[in-house]
Design a protein around this ligand. Structure first.
Ligand code: PGA
Length: 253
């Protein structure tokens, strides 16, 4: 199973700033001891407006480009949306779908997430499907049910062969951007629940996300079933992001 460290830059950085940050990241990753980390797939997911400059900044480096969202149609009258072929043409290889901020602020449903996942797969983009419970759902004992429902909905109709293209991220909503990261043992338990929710997920990488930092990431990587991180805040600083890549590489040489 691959190990991934994905930087989700969210709605941060202008195109100019993003190009600079991407250059800083590849510069740090090109230096020892980071260079020896090739067991880890590194993905940068900047805003749409920064995809091209970040692509140029990471060209020649072993870093992949990701997008934060995608629409399911190929083209048409969908003002403001971005299609899979548009992303592919820019060199995008991964796309985050179903991030809790999309679900919460933009009303994305499980059905939308399913359509996006299928559209991404149909075009050869690797979806990073984000699932996770809210604080209220956790408090009322609904965590397992919630992640099971979300995972099943997102992957409905995906064939067994295609599952190998998927990445899943367990992101408890209450842990995102709050500094309250989920207890790693509990995260590993929920990751197992996610894997058990759909047949054939045993070999699918499942990442943890939610206030990941260089101070806590090794604890997640110590969990054999956790395959890396989906990282927001700590991905906006080149040194800390590179440190996360290093921690992942050391845990899975
Ligand atoms: P965070 O965000 O690392 O800032 O908590 C993670 C995410 O939303 O993917």
């Amino acid at each position: 199973m691959r190990t991934l460290v994905v930087g989700n830059w969210k709605m941060n950085e202008t195109a100019t700033q993003a190009a600079r940050l991407a250059r800083e990241i590849v510069d740090v990753l090109s230096m020892p001891p980071y260079r020896a980390k090739r067991s880890v797939d590194v993905v940068l997911a900047p805003p749409f407006t920064s995809l091209a400059p970040v692509r140029d900044a990471i060209a020649e480096h072993d870093v992949a480009l990701g997008a934060q969202n995608v629409y399911w149609a190929d083209s048409g009258a969908f003002t403001g949306e971005i299609s899979p072929p548009m992303l592919l043409d820019l060199g995008v290889r991964y796309v985050i779908v179903g991030h809790s901020e999309r679900r919460r602020y933009f009303g994305e449903t499980d059905e939308d997430v399913r359509k996006k996942t299928q559209a991404a797969l149909a075009h050869g983009l690797r979806p990073i499907v984000a699932v996770g419970e809210t604080g209220d759902e956790r408090d009322s004992g609904k965590t397992d049910e919630r992640v099971t429902v979300q995972t099943r909905a997102a992957l409905e109709g995906v064939t067994r062969e295609r599952l190998s293209e998927i990445v899943i991220a367990y992101e408890p909503v209450w842990a995102i951007g709050t500094g309250r990261n989920c207890d790693p043992t509990e995260a590993a338990r929920v990751i197992d629940v996610i894997r058990a929710s759909v047949a054939g997920l045993d070999d699918v990488p499942v990442l943890y996300g939610g206030s990941v930092s260089p101070a806590n990431f090794a604890q997640y990587m110590a969990m054999p079933r956790c395959c890396g991180g989906l990282v927001g805040g700590a991905s906006l600083d080149a040194q800390s992001f590179a440190l996360l890549v290093r921690i992942a590489g050391e845990a899975r040489p």
